[in-house]
Ligand binder design. Structure first.
Ligand code: 13P
Length: 340
């Protein structure tokens, strides 16, 4: 393991003013997104969509890294340049989703364990030759009556740490993603309790597996009320609870925290990030690794029509820029309505 190289890549991924685009939707997930705009999901339509995002004007100003899916890492621009090379040339680090999804955890109804460790060493070696310099593995923790169990949290933390250690061995920076879902009517306090338990378990396992914390990125959920909660906590409460929780459980050796959007609207996700970055004395870079919050408007504006590629790029560029502002606390509520 070349520790200084891992540290260099991790720092570049969380550089000030920029953040990560999660464009690693599996074929099943991207089909769901395309269904919403009545577009057939084919290898070519997926390529065209990703090319629209990756060739968006000025993408390198606000995007530091892009998470790709296996298929996408093997695809090229219409000019024949592999996407990984194209991104690298713009100063954007290419990454790859390596987990194989959350599967039912036997014996634990309604809980999941993320699979994908078998053969991972070999897959990481290939991804490295294809240009990937960071990876992502997502563990999913759902909140409902009687769940999550401590067992499921630990099993997922163990798998995350095994994945992270294998990544570092291969010279790849692991994004460690324990996602506590927003689905449900639970309170912000309940989310804080579960997020705390998940972070405690994850960092205990990372230490036990000898993961080099300076060469990884944490991708957590924000501490937020469930989507179906009738009395959802406001944006300042979300920012305060999230920073409080992370300060308690995330070592300052970790260079950066890159949030997932998890079903928040684009405006909510940008505002929460901005409010967090307004706080003084954060011990890590606090940035974004958004999928839907960066892409939703772009998908709608494009709608699969060649004539609307520019409109799709403009919508993507707008949210990349606004989240870039949120990196230094400069995004303000309502700015999205004025911005083009
Ligand atoms: P969302 O921002 O849409 O939650 O996606 C981020 C991600 O990569 C989830 O694994």
């Amino acid at each position: 393991m070349n520790r200084s190289e891992l540290e260099r890549i991790a720092k570049a991924m969380v550089a000030p003013g920029r953040g990560i685009l999660a464009a690693d939707e599996s074929s099943g997930t991207i089909k769901k997104r395309f269904d919403k705009i009545s577009l057939e999901s084919t290898e070519e339509s997926r390529r065209v969509y990703r090319e629209m995002l990756f060739t968006s004007p000025d993408i390198g100003k606000h995007i530091s890294g892009v998470i790709l899916y296996d298929e996408t890492l093997r695809q090229k621009t219409s000019g024949g340049v592999p996407f990984a090379d194209h991104l690298n040339a713009l100063g954007i680090v290419p990454g790859i989703k390596v987990d194989m999804g959350a599967k039912a955890l036997a014996g634990f109804p309604n809980e999941t364990i993320t699979e994908g460790l078998d053969g991972l060493r070999e897959r990481l070696a290939e991804y490295h030759t294809l240009g990937a310099r960071f990876a992502k593995w997502r563990a999913v923790i759902d909140i409902a009556t009687d769940i999550p169990t401590a067992f499921a949290i630990d099993a997922n933390a163990h798998a995350l740490a095994r994945y992270a250690a294998l990544c570092q061995e291969a010279g790849i920076v692991p994004i460690v993603e324990p996602e506590v879902l927003m689905d449900g009517a639970h309170s912000l306090e309940r989310c804080e309790e579960v997020t705390s338990a998940a972070l405690v378990a994850v960092f205990a396992q990372l230490a036990a597996h000898r993961v080099h914390l300076e060469g990884m990125i944490l991708k957590p959920n924000m501490v937020i009320s469930g989507k179906q909660n009738a009395n959802r906590a406001n944006a300042q409460a979300v920012a305060d609870a999230t920073v409080r929780t992370l300060k308690r459980y995330v070592p300052s050796a970790v260079p950066g925290i890159a949030f997932l959007s998890g079903g928040q609207s684009s405006a909510e996700a940008a505002l929460h990030l901005s409010l967090m970055n307004q706080q003084a004395g954060l011990p890590w870079q606090v940035t974004f690794s958004y999928g839907r919050a960066l892409q939703d408007a772009a998908l709608t504006a494009w709608a699969g029509k060649p004539a609307s590629l520019g409109a799709g790029q403009a919508a993507f560029g707008k949210w990349a820029r606004l989240n870039g502002l949120a990196r230094s606390g400069q995004y303000k509520e309502g700015m999205d309505a004025q911005a083009t």
